[in-house]
Ligand binder design. Structure first.
Ligand code: GTP
Ligand code: MG
Length: 606
């Protein structure tokens, strides 16, 4: 086995040296090559981040690398970390060492994450919150004109030679999406199997520990500012920053909770009594719009680093968008949106129940983004949330389910998990150890191809998806895509999706399924210019396929996009994109795999 792997390593090395400009001596390079030439010992687990822990479930089944803590405990721990942290901009020549040394005078520094190119920033976490107060007590306002009514934990650190900017790193310039994908594709093409490609995709694109902390800190900084107006409020992150499926650079969804529940009188009302004088508003929605408008203005006027405020107050869910410049994170602030936080908890639970879920969702989300199926712009596109629901439903519905239905998760809840939000029962179990492992043994790449196969043939016209039962249901209206909202069960969470976008999704799923059938699907090939021709996951992500290219060159193949653009998207491009029968599907993948293995063993890599 060692010989072909070495050959692969050598071919890869020369290919990578040419395409990435990596030096032979680079340790990163050799680490990478070693990883590529070593068979993954446990290929169905994603490399665990610092915060992840190895645990055993109650039923004795080991779940390596899975964090089994309760979602609420993880959130609270992150929140406390953020409260013990400050974000510091380096001015001029100030280095990380000088900063850490200076900050150590106020208490023990527990963690430091430095980032940025032209402008350096350090997220610095103290062991105790008191140290943050000590640091703030000795910090200065630069000018009396700049004094704010609150002390921000976004600081800047100057040393005596701050006038000299020569030490600033040269700007690297933002890479284009194509450049980023080309680097990622090179790494994916160097993998041993499609399953490993899916693992690499997660590792390369997921939020890092530092990025996750930064997101909680940004919420905490915004909370500091709003607390001046609304004491006791909490700003929670939700969406992909916490649901286990976050990508580098994804937006930060924030939910401003005014904690009004604590002000509701619990005692029986009696007379005489004293009441607060309040301004009344006609509806709860109007109150939310007023609140966000006020908060937005104060962020724009007084809070450093909050720029490019946009008020989107008439959307179904009113929000304020802004750019947090110090972190480079695009933020969406909402209020009165506690169910969205619960939805994130649900996705987070699913992301940890089975180790195949994250690689699968990352691959599908990446595929959808590359093919412009999803978009962050409001419109008829499938949102990442709906797309993730499609993956979860497929995993619930497949023979031998990989994931349990939501009702089954509710059945495992204990008393402390009971949760009713805005009149909706949102109870979920929080103890992951109670979920029995799935009997399904399919690999992640098999599941990915089965996903495409499943939705290539799904009867969207008549059937809706019910994640609570894990079953299909009769559609209740004429919406193109019907996915019952898990917590507000009378609503369709994908109501916005247009027929055109749904057709595009189905056509591209068919194309992906077709690609997997091609004889060269799992065969890497080093081209004449030294680049590796896309194979496996890269073919699916990029839509590149050698046979398709040949067919297109020969004008035998009608591109799917053309048929959609011409408004004739119902036209069946099927004869050329021939779909495999579900039963045949796995055997196609297996035979492609064994063909690729044979080639590797024979050292027959061109
Ligand atoms: P990214 O695209 O990486 O930001 O993924 P995301 O999961 O954060 O999605 P997004 O920012 O679009 O949405 C954030 C949250 O808003 C989700 O977790 C949901 O709670 C909610 N949401 C988003 N899209 C929909 C939708 O189509 N329907 C409903 N009901 N809620 C949605
Ligand atoms: Mg988001």
């Amino acid at each position: 086995m060692a010989a072909p792997m070495m050959r692969k390593g050598a071919a890869l090395r020369s290919c990578l040296e040419r395409s990435c400009g990596l030096s032979r001596r680079s340790p990163v390079f050799y680490k990478f090559i070693r990883r590529c030439t070593t068979q993954a010992s446990n290929s169905d687990t994603v490399e665990s981040s610092e915060s992840e822990i190895s645990s055993h479930a109650d039923n004795g089944v080991p779940r390596p690398g899975v964090d089994l803590r309760r979602f609420s405990d993880i959130q609270e721990e992150r929140r406390q970390e953020a409260l013990r942290s400050v974000l510091v901009r380096h001015v001029g020549k100030a280095t990380e060492d000088e900063l850490t040394k200076f900050c150590s005078h106020f208490g023990e520094v527990q963690n430091c994450f430095t980032y940025g190119n032209q402008e350096l920033y350090t997220l610095l976490e103290y062991k105790s919150r008191g140290s943050v107060h000590s640091l703030l007590n000795t910090s200065h306002f630069r000018s009396i004109l700049e004094i704010l009514p609150y002390r921000s934990r976004l600081l800047c650190f100057r040393t005596s030679n701050w006038m000299d900017n020569a030490s600033r790193r040269p700007g690297m310039g933002e890479m284009t999406a194509d450049q980023k994908f080309s680097i990622l594709a090179t790494k994916l093409c160097a993998a041993q199997s499609m399953e490993e490609q899916m693992q690499i995709l997660v590792r390369e694109t997921q939020l890092t520990e530092g990025e996750t902390r930064l997101r909680f800190l940004v919420c905490s900084l915004v909370e500091d500012a709003i607390t001046g107006y609304f004491p006791g409020c909490i700003v929670h992150p939700f969406g992909s920053s916490v649901n286990g499926f976050g990508n580098k650079g994804c937006d930060l969804d924030m939910y401003l909770n005014l904690n009004v529940e604590q002000h509701r009188t619990k005692k029986k009302k009696s007379f005489p009594r004293m009441e607060y004088e309040v301004r009344t508003v006609p509806t709860e929605r109007a109150a939310t719009q007023n609140l966000l408008s006020t908060v937005g203005q104060s962020l724009a006027e007084f809070v450093p680093s909050c720029r490019q405020l946009q008020y989107i107050l008439h959307a179904r869910c009113p929000l304020v968008k802004f750019m947090h410049e110090a972190s480079g994170i695009q933020c969406d602030l909402t209020s009165n949106n506690s169910i969205a936080l619960k939805s994130s908890e649900l996705l987070n639970l699913y992301s940890r129940i089975d180790p195949r879920v994250r690689p699968l969702v990352y691959a599908v989300r990446h595929w959808a983004r590359m093919h412009h199926i999803t978009s962050s712009m409001p419109g008829g596109w499938i949102t990442n949330f709906s797309l993730t629901a499609l993956v979860i439903f497929f995993l619930q519905y497949t023979d031998k389910p990989v994931l349990p239905a939501i009702d089954a998760l509710k059945g495992l809840a204990d008393k402390t998990d009971t949760c009713v939000l805005e009149g909706n029962d949102c109870t979920l179990m929080s103890d992951l150890t109670k979920v029995p492992p799935s009997e399904n043994t399919d690999s992640t790449d098999e599941l990915l191809l089965e996903f495409f196969e499943f939705y290539s043939n799904f009867n969207f016209k008549n059937c809706g998806l019910n994640l609570r039962t894990g079953e299909m249901q009769e559609k209740k209206n004429f919406d193109a895509l019907y996915i019952q909202n898990p917590f507000e069960q009378q609503l369709n969470l994908s109501k916005n999706v247009s027929m055109h976008q749904l057709e595009k999704f189905v056509q591209l799923a068919r194309e992906a399924a077709w690609m997997a059938e091609q004889p060269d699907f799992l065969q890497p090939e080093v081209g004449s210019k030294g680049g590796v021709t896309p194979w496996g996951l890269v073919s699916i992500l990029s839509g590149h396929n050698r046979r398709k290219k040949r067919l297109m060159d020969q004008k035998e193949f009608t591109p799917i996009f053309d048929s959609i653009k011409s408004g004739n998207s119902k036209r069946n491009v099927g004869p050329r994109i021939h779909l495999t029968e579900p039963a045949k599907f796995k055997s196609v993948l297996k035979s492609a795999k064994s063909r690729a293995d044979k080639r590797t063993k024979n050292g027959n890599r061109r």
